[in-house]
Design a protein around this ligand. Structure first.
Ligand SMILES: Nc1ncnc2c1ncn2[C@@H]1O[C@H](COP(=O)(O)OP(=O)(O)OP(=O)(O)O)[C@@H](O)[C@H]1O
Ligand SMILES: [Mg+2]
Length: 364
């Protein structure tokens, strides 16, 4: 019988489990099951600093024109961000002048452009995370990048990317012994395709066995339930025959895409079996304590959003990062940002005044 757990901390996360979840590691193992991707690694330090800055300077290349650089030029200076804000002491202290891709990492800049020329629009990610929370910064509100500047904007605006850069090993039991403390960063450019989010699944594997599967996108799709057994067959076969034999971890979470006719699975992502991975329609407590081995007859559950639980799950996905369209428009024009900021202040003080009068009346 396999070991039984009662809390997630009993399943220790090591540095190597985190490294095994980085794209370049599992890409080597499963390349033929992964949609077309390119990996750039190692990355220059200046690029990492560029992503960490509060706001960025987009490159304006001679003889080239793009949605962003045209906008920048119309706005007189070529700064996309708040760089010229002299109040921003943090930036001024850290970097004497804004990092410019054309000056500080021209080879990487060119490499990204070459990859886009070769495979068409891409969606970026670093070792572990994609900037899913920053789509508001692009006009189409998705992660599709037609040009290099869109990649810079998405990555710089994302908290998930900032997490990869600052906290990748935070949950590891051996984090104090980790040297060097920073991982070797990689930029992954995946060829963009129109993924149907209904057909993405997150598979939880414990002790090399599937213990649960959740729909990845938490909206209601009426046709999924009837296909449940088909998905399970494809998942079981793929995990058993392709993944478990090669992947060195006992416990992990893998995201699969199973497009029509639902016979083939593609790997979208592999994550650690740890709290930093979203358990979606499960809870971590449930996953950790679940032990299908005790009762071999019992099969795992494929959880789907149903008509009666849609309200519970639909708004779960990083809702804290949804930004109003006004802010998106403003991000493309410094003058509008100023206008928006003063409106925002006005609203806040109005709200404070309202709250004060509310609490005054409540106390009465
Ligand atoms: N090649 C692609 N073309 C279009 N969309 C894609 C492509 N690859 C992935 N996506 C979409 O991007 C989403 C996020 O990708 P991915 O799972 O790699 O990010 P992540 O940051 O690791 O997410 P999580 O934090 O949930 O693990 C996927 O669920 C999928 O919908
Ligand atoms: Mg992931």
């Amino acid at each position: 019988m396999t070991q039984q757990y009662t809390t997630l901390s009993e399943i220790p996360l090591s540095k190597s489990s985190v490294e095994h979840a980085s794209f370049s590691y599992w890409y080597k193992l499963f390349q033929k099951h992964i949609p077309t991707s390119r990996i750039i690694s190692p990355l220059p330090d200046e690029f990492i600093q560029y992503l960490e800055q509060d706001g960025i300077k987009l490159p304006v290349e001679k003889n080239s024109s793009s949605y962003y650089t045209d906008k920048i030029q119309r706005n007189e200076d070529n700064e996309y961000s708040d760089w010229d804000n002299s109040d921003d002491e943090e930036n001024t202290r850290k970097y004497k002048q804004p990092i410019d891709p054309l000056t500080h990492f021209p080879e990487l800049h060119q490499r990204i452009k070459d990859i886009i020329d070769e495979i068409g629009p891409v969606t970026p990610k670093l070792n572990w995370s994609a900037p899913r929370d920053a789509t508001w910064i692009l006009p189409n509100n998705n992660m599709k990048c037609n040009e290099v500047n869109e990649i810079y904007l998405l990555l710089n605006a994302s908290n998930y990317i900032a997490y990869d850069l600052e906290h990748a090993f935070d949950d590891c039991i051996d984090k104090d012994q980790i040297t060097p403390t920073k991982p070797s960063y990689e930029l992954v450019l995946r060829q963009w395709f129109n993924i149907n989010p209904a057909l993405e699944f997150r598979i939880f594997v414990k002790n090399q066995r599937v213990i649960g599967v959740s729909q990845r996108d938490l909206n209601y799709y009426d046709y999924l339930e009837a296909l449940s057994d088909t998905f399970k067959d494809t998942i079981d076969e793929f995990i058993e025959d392709e993944v478990i034999l090669l992947y060195p971890e006992q416990d992990f979470v893998i995201d699969l895409y199973i497009p029509r006719p639902f016979k083939k699975a593609f790997i979208i992502d592999i994550n650690t079996f740890s709290r930093s991975t979203d358990p979606l329609m499960f809870s971590w407590n449930e996953l950790v304590t679940m032990d299908l081995d005790i009762d071999n007859e019992r099969d795992y559950e494929l959880r789907l959003v149903k008509r009666n639980n849609v309200a519970r799950f639909a708004s779960k996905e990083h809702s804290e990062n949804q930004v109003p369209k006004d802010v998106v428009d403003a991000s493309l024009d410094p003058n509008v940002i100023k206008e928006l900021a003063s409106k925002w202040k006005e609203l806040l003080s109005q709200q404070e005044a309202d709250t004060d009068s509310d609490s005054d009346s409540a106390e009465e």
